[in-house]
Each structure stands twice: as structure tokens, then as C-alpha cells.
Ligand binder design. Structure first.
Ligand SMILES: NC(=O)c1ccc[n+]([C@@H]2O[C@H](COP(=O)([O-])OP(=O)(O)OC[C@H]3O[C@@H](n4cnc5c(N)ncnc54)[C@H](O)[C@@H]3O)[C@@H](O)[C@H]2O)c1
Length: 135
């Protein structure tokens, strides 16, 4: 794909990797639609892109999860409706409580095994865990 030469490489790199991966996971892989409730585990380049993809697709509730509280504060502005720190020892129970037993769609975007385990643990029976991370 040809891109405008005026766009700086550091911005193009994000679009060439994190944005297409995160938005693609939400829009193409899971095919999130209006009103779906989703969780994103890991709020780096890929996870923030997944979050923006979910907002754009019209997701209802969006649960954002990271180990970094600064990121959790920032994502409310982007459209997250709930935030959780995955270091909270009762994070699975708390997320199941606010979602009525778990989510139909979860996205693992951190690239480490504990994040994958958490994404799986908060997915409802019969739901879908999409993993983009490469541990
Ligand atoms: N599948 C693909 O095509 C593709 C493309 C790009 C990146 N990736 C992979 O996606 C992963 C993420 O990439 P990135 O650039 O967004 O990384 P990043 O370092 O920018 O973000 C990772 C985020 O995960 C958070 N995190 C770490 N441990 C966590 C935990 N236990 N629970 C919740 N959050 C946790 C970090 O605080 C950070 O915010 C990497 O493994 C990368 O290799 C895959």
C-alpha cells in the first residue's frame, strides 16, 4: 500500500502493525457488532487499537484490563466503560460479577501467558477468546 511520504515512520509503523492487528481482531476475527460486550486484556499498541475498534464497531460495555494503573485511567477517555488491574487477586471474580458471569468476547493483547489465562478465565462458556499476543 502506498502511503503519504509526509507521515513520520514512527506513526506508520503503528498503523502497519498494532492498528491492523487490534482493530482486525475485533472487526474481522470476532466480528463485533452493535451492543456486544467485550474485554481487552493488555492496553499497549495492539490493545488500545482493539479498544478503539470495539468503540467504532458499537460495542456496548468495554472492559479494559492492564497491570498499569496509568493506562487504566487513560482508557476511560477512549471509551472503556470498566477498568480492572489484572494484579488484583480477585480480578476474575470481580469481572464475572459486573458481566453477569463472564464475557462472550475477550481479546488478549498483552503477549504473555498470564494475560491469556485471564482472558480465558473471564470468557463465558461457549464464548470466544481471541488472542493476538505472541508470548
Ligand atoms: N498477531 C500479530 O500480528 C501481532 C501484531 C503486533 C503485535 N503482536 C503481539 O501483541 C503483543 C502486544 O504488542 P504491543 O505492541 O501492544 O505491546 P505493548 O508492550 O505495547 O503492550 C502490552 C501491554 O500489556 C500489558 N500487560 C502486561 N502484562 C499484563 C497482564 N498480566 N495483564 C494485562 N495486561 C498486561 C502491559 O502493561 C502493556 O500495556 C505482543 O506479544 C506482540 O508481539 C502480534
Amino acid at each position: 500500500m502506498k502511503v503519504d511520504k509526509e507521515i513520520p515512520f514512527e506513526k506508520l509503523a503503528l498503523f502497519g502493525c498494532a492498528v491492523i492487528t487490534g482493530v482486525g481482531a475485533v472487526v474481522n476475527t470476532a466480528k463485533i457488532r452493535l451492543g456486544h460486550t467485550v474485554a481487552v486484556v493488555g492496553l499497549g499498541g495492539v490493545g488500545l487499537s482493539a479498544l478503539i475498534g470495539a468503540v467504532t464497531a458499537g460495542a456496548g460495555e468495554i472492559i479494559a484490563i492492564d497491570i498499569n494503573d496509568n493506562k487504566l485511567e487513560q482508557v476511560i477517555e477512549l471509551g472503556a466503560t470498566h477498568t480492572f488491574n489484572s494484579n488484583d487477586c480477585n480480578v476474575v471474580g470481580k469481572i464475572r460479577e459486573v458481566t453477569g458471569g463472564g464475557l462472550v468476547y475477550t481479546f488478549e493483547t498483552a503477549g504473555i501467558v498470564p494475560a491469556m489465562e485471564l482472558a480465558y478465565a473471564i470468557t463465558k462458556r461457549g464464548g470466544t477468546t481471541v488472542t493476538t499476543g505472541l508470548p
